[in-house]
Ligand binder design. Structure first.
Ligand code: MN
Length: 343
């Protein structure tokens, strides 16, 4: 099995001033890290994780190797967070894939970045989010739809950097020719639904650069509230080959409006103008706050708060109803007065 094509890009999005995501496209190694922390600590955490990936070498090793790689990255981030006051409390997600010559793809995963596979035109999520809302969904205490708009949806329960050791999810997939794998930060998966991710990848399956661009554009159209990172690779039959290295540093500003107009493959990929600044819209869709990690105790507390968090939604509905009633009353009064004057 060989890697036929690979592409990756990262975009700051529309709301953040900095890009705290990092990614690596070094076939047969691929990865995404989404950093968090005050000031520039989030960028530092994710770039330390990316550096650990790049320095790990390219030899095989499967699941054991991805676990070692992530634990090594964790030690680096944790050491720096412990010794550098400015970096205190920083952390990062990390999702990594290594394609083995025998066609197995080993994945390692911590946090709420995700790995997906497109096989036979169908998208399948491979990783489980280590996030508060994902835990609640798994326990049946929250629906998928509720999780998508939950005010605490950016709270993650596992990250690199917060402890000297980290528990890594590791698994392998037996790749088939034509399989396309996606690794992305939550800035993509939170703002673009699975059906749309599938559609964009399937439509651009021959040109993964266009697919990456389409995914980032879709996330920006969906609000762009967070940094957006997508890495794609496709496997095919044949001997592993040498691949020219991709520019795997962040390429901020690459996806410009002019660039998009030239290269858009499909009218739907064009970036729509941003929605008008509207206080109500912002209120209706609370933007994800900076990612943070919580302990098990915090999760229990948050679950206890769970009922409270649905109250503001209901409150908004009631306020809207009250407004409609007032408008209706005003219309009735105006009609009655006009009718009275006309008589
Ligand atoms: Mn993020």
């Amino acid at each position: 099995m060989r890697i036929e094509q690979a592409a990756g890009d990262s975009d700051t999005g529309r709301k953040r001033r900095r890009n705290e995501d990092a990614y690596v496209v070094r076939p047969p190694l691929f990865g995404v890290a989404d950093g968090m922390g005050g000031a520039q600590a989030g960028e530092l955490a994710s770039s330390l994780a990316a550096a650990a990936m790049k320095e790990s070498g390219l030899s095989g090793g499967g699941e054991r190797r991805v676990v070692q790689l992530i634990q090594d990255a964790n030690r680096r981030v944790h050491e720096r967070a412990s010794n550098d006051a400015a970096a205190s409390g920083m952390g990062t997600t990390m999702t990594v894939a290594i394609v083995e010559p025998d066609g197995r793809v080993a994945f390692g995963h911590v946090g709420d970045s995700r790995a997906y596979m497109v096989r036979g035109g169908r998208l399948e999520q491979l990783t489980d989010d280590h996030s508060l809302v994902a835990e609640l969904v798994r326990r049946g205490e929250l629906s998928e739809a509720e999780a998508e708009v939950h005010p605490q949806r950016s709270v993650i329960t596992r990250a690199l950097g917060t402890d000297p050791d980290v528990d890594v999810d590791a698994f392998s997939v037996d790749a088939q020719p034509g399989d396309i794998f996606l690794i992305c930060s939550d800035g993509l998966s939170s703002f673009v639904g699975g059906e749309q991710i599938e559609e964009i990848i399937v439509r651009n399956h021959r040109d993964l650069r266009s697919a990456v661009r389409g995914l980032i554009q879709a996330a920006n159209r969906g609000g762009g509230d967070d940094n957006i990172t997508a890495v794609l690779f496709r496997v095919a039959d044949g001997e592993p080959a040498h691949y020219p290295p991709e520019p795997d540093e962040r390429t901020r500003g690459l996806v410009t409006a002019a660039h998009d107009e030239e290269d858009t493959l499909h009218p739907e990929d064009a970036i729509a103008p941003p929605p008008p600044a509207d206080g109500n819209a912002a209120e209706a869709a609370p933007s994800a706050d900076d990612t943070m990690v919580v302990s098990a105790a915090d999760i229990r507390a948050a679950i206890a708060e769970q009922e409270d968090t649905s109250a503001p939604q209901a409150g908004r509905g009631r306020r809207l109803l009250a407004l409609l009633v007032i408008v209706a009353l005003v219309v009735v009064i105006v009609v009655l007065v006009w009718w009275g004057l006309a008589r």
